[in-house]
Write a protein that binds this ligand. Structure first.
Ligand SMILES: [Zn+2]
Ligand SMILES: [Zn+2]
Length: 359
């Protein structure tokens, strides 16, 4: 394995960004706050950055990123687009190791800076921003350079791979991912993996080829591998073993049953729990949490998706990791602060240091 610690030059990034002009915010926008001075985040109230009236009043220009999420739910009905209220801050700050700040949702389009400030006020001190295609991977790298609380994960999502293959663009896109992988702020290749839920039979070959290439890139540059696994546990484990798994493997939004948890425990693969662990019908995930080695537990939002109970269906943001970790501590009958300490330590083991105090 060869580990590269070189950083992409500003010119490299600028050249790539120029190709995707119009989909990416500027460096200044990534560090901008809508508020002149940071506002407190009162418990039980919607954080100021997520409160439509205050955020809109604070400045007209807001929001950034590559896409906006639908205002309708899967049942076709309009979703409740209000962001949930602020929980009590965590006693010890942790990492949200999988989030998509570029995917806008809800009634307000919050800047990266305001999202990070809100998270920090509630006990989420650092994040991993995750890419799903070339523009969002570029966004991840740029925001990781703009704010030290952010590290980047970059990849082509398994649901993107078949579309790219069909358009004859999969190899070109993989080349961009490999180029970006050399950046020092990129610490994971992901989210990659397999998704047999949203992509049918016809997409399996492209997904598997893309997954194998991402494993190779992670190993070549000494990066962690963040896996998206939906209804594909067996094939994900088989391909990981066939290719030889990278040193650090993370099952993002862990969705397995106790069998997969046992495999992760034996292999030393991280299990990252998202809002899904709080859902009433998630027994397999909850039992896995109970079985998981404490040194392999991570936490995430996958925001703006998978908002934890009791706010399911509403927009999600990094500050909501707080609710998920509270549920986990309660479910494990564990001390909340101790669990937070473990999650932060595990995050640093998996990704290395962010370079901000405590992380
Ligand atoms: Zn995913
Ligand atoms: Zn995701």
């Amino acid at each position: 394995m060869c580990t590269s610690h070189h950083t992409m030059t500003a010119e490299d990034l600028a050249e790539l960004a120029a190709r995707f002009a119009g989909t990416l915010p500027s460096q200044n926008e990534l560090t901008a706050s809508i508020f002149e001075t940071p506002l407190p985040v009162p418990e039980g109230q919607v954080p100021p950055a997520y409160e439509p009236e205050r955020y809109a009043l604070a400045g007209e220009e807001s929001g950034e990123g590559t896409r906006r999420r639908s205002e309708q739910g899967q049942d076709g009905r309009r979703r409740n687009l209000a962001f949930p209220p602020a929980p009590v801050p965590l006693p010890y700050a942790i990492v949200d190791n999988h989030t998509h700040m570029d995917l806008l949702d809800g009634e307000v389009a919050v800047t990266a800076r305001d999202a990070l400030d809100t998270g920090e006020a509630l006990g989420i001190g650092a994040i991993v921003q995750v890419g799903c295609d070339v523009p969002s991977s570029l966004y991840a790298v740029r925001v990781a350079h703009a704010d030290a609380r952010v590290l980047a994960a970059i990849a082509l999502h398994p649901n993107e791979a078949p579309k790219l293959e069909e358009a004859g663009q999969l190899d070109a896109a993989l080349n961009v991912i490999e180029k970006l992988a050399q950046d020092e702020r990129v610490r994971a290749i992901g989210e990659t993996g397999l998704d047999y839920f949203r992509t049918g039979e016809e997409g399996v070959e492209a997904q598997q080829r893309s997954f194998r290439e991402h494993i190779r890139i992670a190993k070549t540059y000494g990066k962690a591998l963040q896996i998206h696994d939906r209804d594909a546990h067996e094939d994900v484990v088989r391909i990981l073993k066939e290719e030889g798994a990278p040193e650090t493997v993370i099952f993002h939004c862990y969705s397995g049953d106790p069998d997969l948890a046992e495999i992760c425990n034996v292999e030393g693969w991280y299990m990252s729990f998202a809002g899904t662990v709080t859902f009433k019908n998630s027994q397999g995930i909850q039992e896995s949490l109970k079985l998981a080695r404490r040194d392999l537990i991570l936490a995430e939002t996958d925001a703006p998706f998978l908002t934890p109970h009791p706010f399911r269906g509403r927009p999600n943001a990094s500050y909501m990791t707080n609710y998920t970790v509270r549920f986990m501590a309660q479910y494990l009958d564990a001390d909340l602060e101790e669990l937070c300490r473990d999650i932060r330590a595990n995050s640093l083991d998996a990704y290395g240091s962010w370079g901000v105090e405590g992380f």
